[in-house]
Design a protein around this ligand. Structure first.
Ligand code: BES
Ligand code: MN
Ligand code: ZN
Length: 501
């Protein structure tokens, strides 16, 4: 079940002599639309061949300045075709605009299915490292297409290579490497999320994690059902108990020489969430193969950090289980014992994520982290609050929140802080156990966070990222974001690790 390969990436001060497609920009300037990135020679050659200025030709063919609007235009000289992509108003061309525009352009190009894969040049007038990096990321992320599971031969790569035109001198090579590693990690997370739950279940997902670590500086440990029973992981065992395919806890560790900070990452890996005995209605169950996106994100990000050789220690936990109803399923009102001994009154079997996360969080405290981040498609309530493009952040520490928001700002991923106040902590009081797993309908995202907080050691900075919205795109593709698995949080996690290294 191999992840798709990313196109070859280069950052070069001049465009290559020829390419299949040249991506240029179209901005809205005070006196009308203006091309960005089309060099003099190209403009002249195109004018000669088509008898009018390139801008006129593009406009006649319907080119628009709206961010991410793509128009294919015949060209001359260095490229067979141009993809003219809108960049919006000229004064508002931010790195994220470039990322989305490059993503839309490459999505269009990938959809052309050029024989042998397209060689694409992206010239969006990016003169600085920050903007060039954004365009490169957008291009690589936009080139991804999900490989259907089929009796037919797999589709060949739709995009063979990407050259981003930017004069970055000696930094070009390093930047291309970083972008390549990070985008590969995003594609890997998307791929795992898109795999159907009959193929990706705890055992096979754990095998994927083993394969991920092979040949790298990551050490991997997989706890199977027997080991989980022995260790007292009552959350994973309860949630996974309804499925014939038992739970797993995966632990990756990365210990580079010279690291002074230890980051723990914990991801929710519910390979399918039917809701259990509190069964979900069919429509909301359909996309629940995405419920392992948190685990996918932390695993992929950890591998990227190791590939980049960052000087920050990471211990990564992926808590994997399948939530199904059966005669061996756990029940509403069951009392479970989480790793370490805390007892939990189970309010609802569809609140399964927090139980497997509790085991992993409790265990992770033995690693004595400086910072704990957990990533989970935890609550529908977070989507009701923030929509499906913004993730929620809840934390016991303002500095941890600032770190997450700062990293997110760099990557263009959207996170928004939600308040973790005492009301939500008190709402979890139970008369039959130490704590109840849910505090009712109101404030569901914060109530879930308040539950998780109990399994983090007092005084240890921790932030919870609820990615229920952005992890999976059930709508149309947009910018660099495809339909289905998105790889949400991967780039922010890697960026945050870079800020600690
Ligand atoms: N996996 C879901 C949350 C979810 C919903 C993720 C939609 C992505 C899209 C989670 O396990 C869940 O079912 N949460 C319940 C909690 C409730 C029973 C306390 C919810 O949000 O309704
Ligand atoms: Mn659920
Ligand atoms: Zn779930």
């Amino acid at each position: 079940m191999t992840a798709p390969a990313i196109p070859q990436l280069q950052l070069s001060p001049t465009p290559p002599r020829s390419s299949d497609i040249l991506v240029v920009g179209l901005v809205e300037a005070p006196d009308g639309p203006q091309l960005v990135g089309a060099d003099k020679n190209l403009v002249a050659a195109t004018a000669k061949r088509f008898g009018r200025p390139l801008l006129d030709l593009a406009t006649e063919l319907g080119a628009r300045t709206g961010v991410g609007q793509v128009t294919l235009v015949p060209a001359a000289q260095s490229a067979a075709r141009l993809a003219v992509v809108g960049l919006g108003p000229v004064e508002r061309v931010t790195p994220e605009v470039l990322r989305r525009a490059a993503g839309s352009a490459l999505r269009t190009v990938a959809g052309l299915g050029l024989e042998g894969g397209a060689a694409v040049t992206v010239d969006l007038g990016t003169a600085e490292a920050e903007t060039a990096q954004a365009a490169a990321e957008g291009a690589l992320l936009g080139s991804y297409r999900h490989q259907p599971i089929s009796s037919e031969d797999p589709d060949p790569a739709a995009v063979r290579s990407v050259t981003v035109v930017a004069d970055l001198g000696r930094r070009a090579g390093e930047l291309a490497e970083v972008v390549g590693v990070v985008c590969q990690a995003v594609l890997r997370a998307r791929h795992w999320v898109n795999l159907p739950p009959n193929l990706l279940y705890p055992e096979t997902f754990a095998e994927e994690a083993r394969a991920l670590a092979r040949g790298t500086r990551l050490a991997v440990e997989v706890l199977d059902e027997a080991a989980l029973t022995k260790g007292g992981y009552g959350g994973l065992l309860a949630v996974g108990g309804g499925s014939a395919r038992g739970p797993r806890l995966v632990r990756l560790s990365y210990r580079p020489r010279g690291a002074t900070t230890h980051l723990v990452l914990v991801g929710k890996g519910i390979t399918f969430d039917s809701g259990g005995l509190n069964l979900k209605p069919g429509d909301s169950m359909y996309t629940m193969k995405c419920d392992m996106a948190g685990a996918a994100a932390v695993l992929a990000a950890t591998r990227a950090v190791a590939d980049l050789g960052l000087k920050v220690s990471i211990t990564c936990y992926a808590a994997m289980a399948e939530n199904l109803p059966s005669s061996s399923a756990y029940r509403p009102s069951d009392v479970l014992t989480i790793y370490g001994g805390t007892t939990v009154e189970n309010a609802n079997t569809d609140a399964e994520g927090r139980l497997v996360m509790a085991d992993a969080l409790a265990r992770s405290q033995e690693d004595e982290p400086d910072l704990v981040l957990d990533v989970a498609t935890l609550t529908g309530a977070c989507m009701v609050a923030l929509g499906d493009r913004i993730a929620g952040v809840m934390s016991n520490d303002d500095e941890a929140v600032a770190r997450v928001l700062d990293a997110a700002e760099v990557t263009g991923e959207e996170f928004w802080e939600l308040p973790l106040t005492d009301q939500f902590r008190e709402g979890l009081d139970s008369s039959v156990a130490d704590v109840k797993s849910s505090g009712g309908r109101l404030g569901g995202a914060m109530s879930a966070a308040a539950f998780l907080e109990r399994f983090v050691a007092e005084g240890t900075p921790w932030a919870h990222l609820d990615i229920a919205g952005p992890a999976f795109n059930s709508g149309k593709p947009w910018g660099h974001v495809p339909e289905g698995g998105t790889g949400a949080a991967v780039r922010t996690l890697v960026q945050l690790a870079r800020s600690l290294a």
